[in-house]
Every structure is written in C-alpha cells, then in structure tokens.
Design a binder for this molecule. Structure first.
Ligand SMILES: O=C1C[C@@](O)(C(=O)O)C[C@@H](O)[C@@H]1O
Length: 257
C-alpha cells in the first residue's frame, strides 16, 4: 500500500484505486482448496485488477495449516493481481454467523501478521475495539483496509449512507464500501446521490453498489459518481446483480468520460 489513511487514492501492487477509473474485482467462493484453485485459474484468465477471496465460504478457514497452504497456492496463481481477503458474516450476507466472532478476530489478526493478503475487508458493524486493533495491525503491515457495510433488505436514507461512510473514514478505512438492496428506482438514486456527495466531501476512495437487477446500473457507473471498484462474476456471483467480467469491462469503458 502506498498511501496513508484519508488519502484520495490508494495504490496497491501498482494498481491505483481512485475515482474516474473503476477497477474490477472477481470473487472466489469455493468451499474446498481444490475448488478455490480452480476458480482462481478461471478468474486470472479474465485479467481482473483484484481477486476477492471470500474466506467465509472456505470450509477449513479456521485451520491455520490448511489456510496457509491454500493461500500460498492462491498467491502463486494470482501473481501480480491484488488479493483482497474478505470474511463476510451472515448478518451482512455472508456464510458465517457471529458466534464465530472471536475466531474471526484471531483469524484476521493471523492473516495480517503473516502478511497473507494485500487488502483486507473489515466490517464496520463489529466490536469497535477489535476493529480499531485490526485497522492498526493492517496499517503496521502496510495492508490496505476496505471497511464495509451491507444492507441486504433495504436502502437506508441518503444521510444514513453518508454517515456510515464517514464513520468508516473516522475508523481508519483506506477505502469505504457500502452495498444496499434497492426496492424501487428511487432507492437506486438514493445510493447514487449518497455516493456522489460522499465522494465530493470525504476525499476517500469509495466502493458502492445497489444490489439485485434494479441496481445493476450502479455497478457500471462508478466513474460518474465516484465508486472505484466493481465486483463482477466468473461463474458463481457472490451477490445478486453482479454482471460478468466482460459485460462490466465493456460497460464501464463505454460510460467513462
Ligand atoms: O462487499 C462486497 C460487494 C458484494 O456484496 C457485491 O454486491 O458485489 C460482493 C461481495 O463479495 C463483496 O465482499
């Protein structure tokens, strides 16, 4: 990572995350090492900027030696592609419940101490003391932090979305991310308005999206409203509304100005 918290751009392994050039991330959601490796090969073939390893799907995530073997194999396949490591809890649309919280914190600490990732996802709505500890640890290790929040049922009001993004900045995020579920086209506009205003005021790279089919436009309009990364699928989507990598790339390019 080549920037301090609170900067307008973040550079990781030569990839610059900044508004105006939305990058593409492909999630990997395999539950076994074999499937993870297969998905990694398929993902690398489409040349994304980032590969997100969704470790909440990985069966042996809490076994240190299995984890190490898998992450080492993965990193060899990824080469220069940025590795984002994400453990998504079930309350935010992931596969592990909060009863694993303590294990989660020691797992992420171990990943950070071992420098086993380039970027880490940390959920905003976790124990604030632990979150602060993980952010500090990540920064000591020069690992960039994406702080995240997900609303799988609804779209909060614009002021609420902006206030959560601000809270992430205060908590030390290098990049602030929010995903919401729109029920109406007006919800999509709410997300885009919040993104644009936060982008103007916060001076921090943002990742935002409205999920589902209704929200697809938000995954390709990042260069207009200020979202720096779009998640796109190769095979299994990790969230509703994700486009394929080729669709995302073509659409992002055609909307660039
Ligand atoms: O936070 C996000 C965004 C996401 O939920 C999406 O809507 O594309 C997909 C997740 O894998 C990722 O961690």
């Amino acid at each position: 990572m080549q920037s301090q918290t609170g900067q307008q751009e973040v550079k990781v392994k030569g990839i610059v995350f900044k508004s105006g050039s939305t990058k593409i991330a492909v999630p990997i959601t395999g539950d076994t090492t074999e499937k993870i490796i297969q998905e990694a090969h398929a993902a690398v073939a489409v040349k994304p900027d980032v590969i997100e390893w969704r470790i909440d799907f990985y069966r042996d995530v809490f076994n240190p030696s299995d984890y190490l073997a898998t992450v080492n194999a993965l990193r060899k396949i990824l080469g220069k592609i940025v590795l984002l490591t994400t453990f998504r809890t079930s309350s935010e649309g992931g596969h592990r419940s909060r009863k694993d919280d303590q294990k989660y914190f020691s797992l992420i600490s171990r990943i950070l101490r071992g420098r086993l990732t380039d970027v880490v996802d940390i959920e905003l709505n976790r124990d604030q003391y632990q979150v602060a500890h993980l952010v500090q640890l990540a920064h000591d290790q020069r690992i960039a932090v994406i702080m995240s929040n997900h609303e799988f049922e609804q779209t909060p009001p614009e002021v609420e979305i902006r206030s959560r993004l601000e809270k992430m900045k205060r908590a030390g995020a290098d990049i602030a991310k929010i995903a919401v579920m729109p029920q109406t086209p007006a919800d999509v506009l709410t997300l885009l308005n919040a993104t644009y205003k936060a982008h103007q005021r916060l001076k921090l790279p943002l990742i935002t999206m409205a999920m589902g089919d209704l929200g697809k436009v938000t995954r390709i309009s990042g260069s207009i409203f200020g979202s720096v990364l779009s998640f796109a699928a190769v095979g299994n989507a990790s969230a509703p509304g994700q486009l394929s990598v080729s669709e995302s790339r073509a659409d992002l390019e055609s909307l660039k100005f």
